[in-house]
Write a protein that binds this ligand. Sequence first.
Ligand code: ADP
Length: 539
Amino acid sequence: MDRPPEKYLAVLKKYFGFNEFRPMQWKIINSVLNEKKDNCVVMATGYGKSLCYQFPPVFSQGVAIVVSPLISLMQDQVLALKVKNIPAALMGTAQKDKSTAMSEMKAGKYRLVYVTPEWCTSDGAVQLLQEMASGQTAKLTLVAIDEAHCVSQWGMDFRKSYRRLGDLKLSLPGVPFMALTATATPTVQTDICDSLHLSRPRMSCTSFDRPNLYLSCSIKGSSIISDVKSLFDSQNSILPGIDKGSCIVYCPTKKKVDEVATCLAGNGYKCEMYHADLSLSVRERVHKDFVRDKVQIVVATVAFGMGIDKPDVRCIIHYGAPIDIETYYQEIGRAGRDGLQSHCHVFYQQSDFGLSKHFLSTLDSQYRNYKERMTRVMERYLQTSDCRRKIIVTHFDPSATVEDNDNCCDNCKKNGQKSAQSAPEYDLTEDALLLLKAVKLLGGFYGLQVPILLVRGSSNKKLPSKYCDSELFSKGYDKPEEYWKLLGGLLLREFLLEDKFVNRNGSFGQFPIKTVNVSRSGTDFINNSSFRKMCVLQP
Ligand code: ADP
C-alpha cells in the first residue's frame, strides 16, 4: 500500500509523536476510517495495537468506545492519553460519575471512552451508543474490544460478560467493530469473529515469534533456592546483568506461591507475593512496587496477569509446569516488551502434569479435548530436544517458519554445541520397545504408572501379581522411575502411545481416569524392526 496521505501523518505526529505507521497499523486504520470495516487484530505484544483504535477517533474527531476487562489497564491508558492531550475517560463505577460521563460523552468531550463489558451491554448504554451511532450527538467512530480472547470459551480468561458483546454489535449496525488480542489460534480467532457477529472482518495477524525471548526448561532440582540461584548464575553467562532485572515467578497454587516467596525472601531476594486471596490494597501495592522497581521479584499465581504493562520484565520463571501452551505464551508475553533480551524458564517435574489433568477432567467433553491438546503441546514443549520456539510459533500458525537466532532456546544452544563437538546421541529404541510391550501386555487398562512398575520389577500392589511372572518384569530395573516417566511422555508425543479418559466406577461414583494404550504406529514399532529404524528416538 502507498504511503498514507500527509493529513494522516500530521495527526500521527501531532498527537502520538510518531513519524510513520507500522505497516499493519495503517491498513487497519484505513479500513476503519475509509471503508467502515470490522477488524479482527491478532498482534504480538509490543507491535502497537492501541494506536489502531486510538487514531481513528482522534483523526475523525469522533468517539471510540474501548471495552477492556481490567480497570487498572483502563486507568493506565486514560492517563497516557491525557498526557498526549487526547481527551479520554473511564466509565466510573459510581452511578453519579456514570451519568456525568455519559452526558459529557454525548457532548463530544472525549475522543476515547474506556468501558467495562458489563457497562456497555446495559440498557442505558446501548441506547446512548445508538443515539451516537445515528449521528444525533457526537459521532461514534468505532467500538474496540481489547483482550478479545475473553470472548472465546476456547481461549483462556473466558468471561461471560464478553459473550454478550455480540448483541451490542447487532444493536449498532454500521459502526465498525475491532476485536484485538495478542493470543489466538485459528480456532479462537473464528470463535471471536462469530461470537461478536463481525461482518466479513479484515483479519490481521502478526508473527507469534518473540525473537528477544530466550526459552529454556529443566527438571526441578533438590531445592527451590538452588534451582533459582543456579538459574540466575547461568542467565548471567547467557545475558549479562539479566539476573538483576525484574522477574515474575509463576506458581500453580497459592500454597506454592507462599513457599517459593518465603524461600526467596529468606535468601535475601527483594520479593513479594501476589494471588487472589490477598486484599485488593495489597495487590495494588505489589503491582505498583513492581512497576516502580521497588521489588525485583513477584512470586504469583495466574492472577498476576493482564495489565502488567512493564516494558522491562527481564525474566519469567514458572515453578511448576504451566497448564497449557496458550496460557504459557500469554504469560511469557509479559517479558521483554521493550525488545531487549529476556529469559523465560520452566522448572517442572512429571507429576506437575497431574494437576492439569485433574483440572481437565472437570470440563465438558468437547472443550476438554481442545484443552487436552493444548496441555499435550505444553508437555511436548517441556520435554522436546528440538527447538522450543518452533513448537510455540507453529502451534499458533502451523505454516510459520522460525528464523535462526543465536539466543533461541536451550535446545538450539545445546544442539549447536553438540554439532560442533559431534557429541553422541542416545538411541532409546530398546527401552521404548520394552515400555511399549509392557503397556500392550497390560491391555490399555492403566495409566503409565503400572507398566512402569512392571518394567522396574516393583512389588507395589497396584501391579496385579500375575504379571510378576512375565518376561518383561524387572527388565528395566536399572533405570529410575523418573526416566521411565519421561520416556513414556516421549512415546506419547511421538504418537507411539495414545491416551484417553475412561469412566470407571469408584467409591465416589463415575470419575474419569486417564489410560494409555499402544497406538497403530506403536504396534508397527513393536512388530517391524525396519519401521523402528525410520523412527529414531532421542532423549
Ligand atoms: P501492544 O498493545 O500491541 O502490546 P502498544 O500499543 O502498547 O502495543 O505499543 C507498543 C509500543 O510501540 C509502545 O511503546 C508504542 O509507543 C510503540 N508504537 C506503537 N506504534 C508505533 C509507531 N507507529 N511508531 C513507533 N512506535 C510505535
